[in-house]
Design a protein around this ligand. Structure first.
Ligand SMILES: Nc1ncnc2c1ncn2[C@@H]1O[C@H](COP(=O)(O)OP(=O)(O)O)[C@@H](O)[C@H]1O
Ligand SMILES: O=P(O)(O)OC[C@H](O)CO
Length: 515
């Protein structure tokens, strides 16, 4: 009997999800669980790797129970994950030696400054496609080896393993039999040479990271191993696809041709454009990254990474407490005619593309006595659209492509106000597809291709359907005026933290001078 479904495991920054897809690419069941965000210090973000694994394996079991689907009917599992987040675990016990250091965490800013001082910036950009930033895994691994008691010695003895979340899940799903990652995830570590397709010896040496810790890099669509025999009632399910969540979304949106782009609105916001078999260097603050390895070759993408998008809506809910649910933002933003001159710059963890400022911090500017909570809510949603315009402009410059429409996906695209404002501020049509969980769909497609559940990319491309089109309606002069205000607001947030240190140094010097 032919198996009927693919299971996608989508391990995001704030929640773990398991989604079952049928042969039509239709979602037939979802199970989701949020997990704890740990903020040990300002600018630091961690997750408990055991909670990542616990929630992810829990939702996988739950989706089978709630849909009544038998594990025997699952043709393959595809994995997609928050990228860059770094886990180091003991090879013998399978236990992590420290919490996962999350992609948003800024604790390694000083290590990055040191790399820059050592003149490594150009080498890293030319060989990994990345800018030197605390965002990527490399400096996080170094931090763990330098700061966890006994870690370096164990690593040098070959007793520790490093992995991004895909590796951690595959290791656990196979009960410690398989230690791999895929090209797309490897390209986010700042340790992988995306031109030569191998771990970069020079960067490993500079960061003092033993090669024995690193996973084997595999294609994004192939069988890596099988689930443990007992876990799914005797069904040995192949784990047959893996990709970082943003690359998986590019795949799920069927952006298979060079020049096709998508923007995913989740915790952060990530715009990727397929550049085919070409490594296109960026001159405008974007990243060059591996899109995937499929059909025996790798393809590249240019990426604009925005660190805080939907997370700013969670901030309105959890910290400011001026909304009850994320979805309230749509109605409340529409209650006011505009943001009343208010701009929110959500640089909570520095700013990513195109600014790359690890020391930027959040700002609310333009407040007057008439500013209401609704204005702040509206300005927060608008900040997501402005940041997207920042990266779209950089992308158009770098790729020479004048984008006519933008495919969108992710949890926040349900917000019609945000989508309309996005179309307006870009002056570009925004296409929202029927399935907005394209991250999970992409992982399912990658796994399904590996086991013959789907034949090829053409079959997949035919499944993409638009649900809603948002066309720009704002006049040009207004659009440009609003965007100019955004750029001014950003200039106030940049370098905020480093200026504080400079101010303190100046004050100390002045104190010494007066004493
Ligand atoms: N109606 C909404 N309007 C704006 N943002 C929303 C809405 N619904 C969800 N979000 C935001 O979308 C994000 C969740 O999207 P998701 O794709 O699940 O993210 P991730 O994979 O990063 O965990 C959250 O940050 C949440 O605040
Ligand atoms: O959790 P998400 O979906 O916002 O994705 C996080 C990214 O992978 C970080 O690079």
């Amino acid at each position: 009997m032919l198996k009927k479904y693919i299971m996608a495991l989508d391990q995001g920054t704030t929640s773990s999800r398991a989604i079952l897809f049928d042969h039509e690419g239709k979602r037939i069941g979802t199970s989701q669980k949020e997990f704890t965000q740990i903020y040990p210090k300002a600018g630091w973000v961690e997750h408990d790797p055991m909670e990542i694994w616990g929630t992810q394996s829990g939702v996988a079991r739950e989706v089978l129970e709630t849909t009544g689907v038998s594990p025997q009917d699952i043709a393959a599992i595809g994995i997609t994950n928050q990228r860059e987040t770094t886990i180091v675990w003991d090879k013998n016990t399978g236990k992590p030696i420290y919490n996962a250091i999350v992609w948003q965490c800024r604790r390694t800013a000083a290590i990055c400054d040191e790399l820059k001082a050592q003149g490594m910036e150009a080498y890293i950009r030319d060989n990994t496609g990345l800018v030197v930033d605390a965002y990527f895994s490399g400096t996080k691994v170094k931090w763990i080896l330098d700061n966890v008691d006994g870690a370096r010695e164990k690593a040098e003895n070959g007793e520790l393993l490093f992995g991004t979340v895909d590796s951690w899940l595959i290791w656990n799903l196979t009960r410690g039999k398989v230690h791999v990652t895929d090209y797309s995830n490897a390209s986010r570590t700042m340790l992988y040479n995306i031109k030569e397709l191998k771990w970069d010896e020079k960067i490993l040496e500079v960061l003092d990271i033993p090669k024995s810790m690193l996973p084997e890099v595999k294609a994004s669509s192939e069988i890596y191993g099988y689930t443990d025999h007992q876990t799914y009632g005797g069904a040995d399910i192949p784990i047959a696809g893996a990709a970082g969540d943003q690359q998986a979304a590019l795949f799920g949106q069927a952006c298979f041709q060079p020049g096709m782009a998508k923007n995913t609105y989740g915790t952060g916001c990530f715009m990727l454009i397929n550049t085919g078999d070409k490594f296109v260097p960026s001159e405008n603050g974007l990243l060059t990254t591996l899109a995937w390895g499929v059909d025996g070759k790798v393809e590249y993408a240019l990426e604009g990474s925005i660190f805080v998008a939907g997370a700013s809506v969670q901030w309105l809910r959890d910290e400011l407490k001026i909304i009850r649910d994320a979805e309230d933002t749509e109605y409340l933003a529409k209650k006011v005619a505009d943001s009343n001159g208010v701009y929110v710059v959500p640089a909570f963890t520095g700013m990513g593309a195109p600014y790359w400022d690890m020391y930027a911090r959040g700002a609310i500017v333009g407040l007057t006595r008439g500013a209401k909570a609704e204005h702040i809510i509206r300005a927060t949603l608008e900040s997501i659209a402005y940041q997207t315009r920042d990266v779209l402009e950089a992308m158009q410059e770098d790729s020479g492509i004048d984008l006519k429409s933008l495919k969108v996906d992710g949890g926040a695209v349900i917000n019609n106000f945000l989508m309309q404002f996005q179309a307006d501020i870009l002056g570009v049509q925004v296409d929202r597809p029927e399935i907005t969980e394209t991250t999970a769909l992409g992982a399912a497609y990658l796994a399904g291709l590996a086991v013959g559940f789907w034949n090829d990319k053409n079959e997949i491309a035919n499944k993409w359907n638009v649900d809603t089109v948002f066309s720009p309606t704002m006049e040009n002069a207004k659009k440009e005026k609003l965007y100019k205000g955004w750029k001014r607001a950003v200039s106030r947030a940049l370098k905020w933290e480093s200026e504080e240190e400079e101010d303190e140094e100046i004050m100390e010097e002045e104190c010494v001078a007066y004493s």
